[in-house]
Design a protein around this ligand. Structure first.
Ligand code: PLP
Length: 361
């Protein structure tokens, strides 16, 4: 089966098999990772290795904390303004899709966000040119969603905040660890694990240490980065099994040669799929501006929308699953995260050509 789900999504087979082999008795400990104390030496070794491998992968500078949290990226939509701002502080959001919009709306409960650019009127198919952004003087941060999972638009470069001391913040949920990133350009990066790096239930926050410790006084302890940083993500019981799985994925990505190699594979896969769409003479159509098409989520429509349900049904029969577009936009969406092999994309493309041959004209 090839699973094109947007998340939770496909994980590397070798990682799943390794987890299976260790499920009942983790490395001779006599315990499953699910049964261990999060304060025992076994789990400490797991979380420390996961962090070390992630630091290697993203070349995370030593003045950044890595936090393994819960509550999904959605919880970070609130935690970020609560930790970085006071209620009267101004902040800017670039809204390139539904997730950026959700983050923007949630922030308005805790500070004074402004949407300085929105792609909504273009159905979220674009990324703005950075020179045209009218950033707010005195804004504390500039928030972007690095890859919009539903719409398939991805930042290929990143804007620079206009104000001194202002930081760039990115939701990288759906392209985390899919390519190298210069972490030092960001004050904070966050990502839910369940696309590229593990099961749902783990949220990763990478934050520059000087930004920690100024949370609003009403911030719940579970949202306070200082609490989690001071306790090395072990203030309360963390999602132990999920962190273990993320650790196995990080180790696998390191073994693949790191994110430069991973990006090469992702570029190749995406090209095969986008080329097939471009070469279909309009039978398939991707609405996203070519230069900002996502390497991870490829949305497309059929010139005859009445065929879309059949496309999804037939693909499923051929063991290509979860290709239906998000309910808010319809069409088809193929998510081709790190763990999707090139063979899966090639099989999809062969199916698309065959489907077209049977229905064109
Ligand atoms: N941000 C992006 C880009 C996403 O794709 C998602 C979920 O799919 C979220 C945020 C929300 O994440 P979660 O469900 O982990 O709260």
């Amino acid at each position: 089966v090839f699973n094109f789900a947007a998340g939770p999504a496909v994980l590397p087979e070798n990682v799943l098999l390794r987890a299976q082999s260790e499920l009942y008795n983790w490395r001779g400990s006599g315990m499953s990772v699910m049964e261990m104390s999060h304060r025992g030496k076994e789990f400490l070794s797991i979380i420390q290795k996961a962090e070390a491998d992630l630091r290697t992968l993203l070349n995370i500078p030593s003045n950044y904390h890595v936090l393994f949290l819960q509550g999904g990226a959605t919880t970070q939509f609130a935690a970020i303004p609560l930790n970085i701002c006071q209620p009267d502080d101004l902040v800017d959001y670039v809204v390139t899709g539904s997730w950026g919009d959700k983050a923007f709306k949630e922030a308005s409960k805790y500070c004074q966000p402004k949407s300085i650019w929105s792609g909504k009127s273009d159905k979220y198919t674009k990324i703005p040119s950075f020179e045209t952004l009218q950033q707010t003087p005195g804004a504390k941060y500039l928030h972007i969603c690095a890859n919009e999972t539903i719409h398939g638009v991805e930042f290929k470069d990143y804007p620079i905040p206009a104000n001194e001391n202002e930081i760039l913040i990115a939701d990288m949920s759906s392209n985390f660890c899919s390519k190298p990133v210069d972490v030092s350009k960001f004050g904070l990066i966050y990502a839910g694990a369940q696309k590229n790096v593990g099961p749902s239930g783990v949220t990763i926050v990478i934050i520059r240490s000087d930004l920690i410790g100024n949370a609003q006084s009403t911030t719940p302890v579970m949202l306070d980065y200082k609490i989690h940083a001071d306790n090395a993500s072990l203030y309360n019981t963390p999602p132990c099994f999920g962190i273990y799985m993320c650790g196995l994925v990080f180790e696998d990505l390191v073994a693949q040669g790191g994110l430069i190699e991973v990006e090469k594979k992702n570029v190749k896969k995406a090209k095969v799929l986008y080329d097939a769409i471009n070469d279909s003479n309009g039978f398939y159509r991707c609405p996203v501006v070519e230069s900002v098409r996502s390497l991870m989520n490829v949305p497309f429509t059929l010139a005859k929308p009445e065929l879309e349900a059949e496309f999804v049904r037939e693909a499923a029969k051929e063991k290509m699953l979860q290709l239906k577009g998000h309910r808010s936009v319809g069409g088809i969406r193929a998510s081709i995260y790190n763990a999707m092999p090139l063979a899966g994309v090639e099989k999809l493309v062969a199916f698309m050509k065959d489907f077209q041959a049977r229905h064109d004209g």
